[in-house]
Design a protein around this ligand. Sequence first.
Ligand code: IMP
Ligand code: MG
Length: 207
Amino acid sequence: MLPFLCCTFHFSCFPIPDYAIGVPGLEILLSRDQIAHRVADMGDQITHDFSGESVVFVGVLKGAAIFLSDLARQVQLDATFDFIGVTSYGNRPKPEDETKPGATTWDSTGEVRLTKDVDQSLRGKNVILVEDILDTGLTLAYLKRLLLGHDPRAFRIAALLDKPSRRIQPVEADYLGFSIPDKFVVGYGLDHAERYRNLPDICILSE
Ligand code: IMP
Ligand code: MG
């Protein structure tokens, strides 16, 4: 099956782009074309599901910003945007591992803290929470609880990527782009120490 017809990850072979030359351990996992096709399909599905209604896209800063801007333009509905910010205490690099991508350790609480709340009331609205990647699920489980407290008319989660093997909290996306293996990825909004967010493709960063 072709990669863009299915949300399951398939290995693909793409040339190393100019921006990746000189960056050790960077290889493309999902190309910009694969992402664009999949995001268009997700947009069609949202348009169909909320036909005749309006929606509020709530993006999780900062990683979801690029995904939200592409997804929203594929949705043929009356739509508004909002953004929410969180920081996680449950996903901290050990001091000796701080420079290694994806190096994590877990505390017992998996505590997530809000750094920016939404700007508008979500009561009675159709809310679509937009996240770059669903990993342990701690962030989205926290945000789901928080936003359901606003008493929205409908609540859905749109996640571009999912690493199901890493899940700690049982939370799933209603609209999912791609399910991927347990690799640390950057690009298309995703960062390592704030870098690589502007890469147009999603790349594995292995070093
Ligand atoms: P969760 O709370 O463990 O599900 O973490 C979700 C957040 O962790 C995402 O919003 C990302 O900010 C970050 N994250 C998880 N995996 C990756 C990755 O492979 N690359 C970059 N960020 C990641
Ligand atoms: Mg994020």
